[in-house]
Write a protein that binds this ligand. Structure first.
Ligand code: G4F
Length: 343
């Protein structure tokens, strides 16, 4: 019988970590997660996977070399999925040091220690469409990078040095997915999509008055996280390591997302005004959406729209869940959970 592959996922407690752990377990892997200890404990879906013996987790932090070393020696992974990151762009302007330590030096710690215990290890790095920053869409693997935040700069440096660089210098199987925004009911509430679905569900149930947002004009290419984790595994099963843009090929504004979420809740919003003065009113004329410049970024990425033809051609990958299905899934999950809590 073939030996079971051992996969280590860093950043296991994030949205992607949980979906990927489920997928790898179903594909027959022994799955390990590097988990940062917090007083709140692991999120429920990670605890459930652990209790079902689908996932073993080891406490550690990519910011701490000794724990990275220990976990690599203990797990000796065949495949490493490096998802750990300070992943919030707005926050990266507030905590640039922490962002660099996790997103750049952390990648170095993971890659170097993984190679040390297994020179044939395969490494997936969560690279990001934010690296394109100011580059006009559509963006693909040949587009120039032009990062505009500490988050994107740290991610790009890690991508160039430890993924592309180590592949060329040491022949390491290091590959990346340059993922455009991907969302789900497990998305953190400080990202705009989940903030919108959770707040609108609360407004619908009379639990919140108003939703405050930043830039309503920003355009993003939003896909479903469950579709995107499939490609992470596929990337590591190729003969050679490469980098792939992963996206839906459709772009929408933040305002479009609000409208789609409202529609899924049988609400209708009428917009009035521009910039900081723009508001969204419900059918009764009450202002339920307003702009708070607190959520503006010092430097915004205005438009992301990915061209994922390489992934389609070489990996046979394409997204399955449409934008409307994604929004509906997120809204329904928030609405049902809130309704359950309040009944
Ligand atoms: O949901 P966001 O915070 O995601 P952002 O900045 O695009 O980054 C996400 O996707 C990247 C992939 O492209 C990942 F690399 C990254 O780790 C993260 O997962 O913001 C989306 C857009 C931005 O333009 C932002 O300015 O929404 C705009 N926005 C408007 N109001 C807001 C808000 N963003 C947040 N978080 N909160 C607001 O109130």
């Amino acid at each position: 019988m073939a030996k079971k592959k051992r996969a280590l996922i860093t950043g296991i407690s994030g949205q992607d970590g949980s979906y990927l752990a489920e997928l790898l377990f179903d594909k027959g892997y022994d799955v390990y997660g590097l988990l940062r200890r917090t007083s709140a404990g692991p999120p429920p879906y990670i605890e459930d996977l652990h209790l079902a013996k689908k996932l073993s987790y080891v406490y550690g932090n990519v910011r701490d070399l000794s724990t990275v070393r220990m976990v690599m020696e203990e797990v000796r992974p065949d495949e490493v999925y490096n998802l750990a990151a300070q992943s919030h762009v707005w926050v990266s302007f507030k905590v640039p040091d922490e962002t660099w330590d996790t997103n750049y030096y952390g990648v170095g710690r993971v890659v170097n220690e993984a190679m040390r215990v297994n020179k044939d290890v395969r490494i997936y790095q969560a690279s990001t469409s934010e690296m394109f920053g100011a580059t006009l869409p559509p963006q693909n693997e040949r587009s120039p990078f032009a990062p505009v935040s500490p988050y994107a700069e740290s991610k790009l440096k890690a991508h160039e040095e430890f993924i592309v660089g180590y592949r060329e210098k040491y022949g390491l199987f290091a590959a990346s997915g340059i993922l455009f925004n991907h969302e789900s009911p497990r998305r953190g509430k400080h990202f705009v999509t989940r903030k919108i679905t959770h707040s609108l569900a609360k407004i619908k149930l009379g639990l919140q008055e108003k939703l405050l947002l930043g830039n309503l004009e920003a355009k993003r290419d939003w896909g479903y996280a469950g579709d995107y984790v499939e490609v992470m595994r596929l990337i590591l099963q190729q003969q050679k390591p490469h980098d792939y843009v992963i996206a839906t090929g459709e772009t929408r504004t933040v305002r479009d997302f609000v409208d789609a979420a409202a529609t899924a809740l049988d609400m209708h919003i009428t917009w009035k005004g521009k910039g900081k003065s723009e508001v969204g009113r419900d059918t009764g004329g009450k202002v339920i959406i307003a702009v708070d410049p607190e959520f503006y970024r010092p430097h915004e990425v205005h438009q992301l729209l990915g061209d994922a033809r390489k992934a389609r051609r070489e990996l046979g990958w394409k997204p399955k869940v449409s934008f409307d299905q994604l929004v509906e899934m997120m809204v329904k999950s928030d609405y049902d959970a809130l309704k359950h809590q309040t009944s």
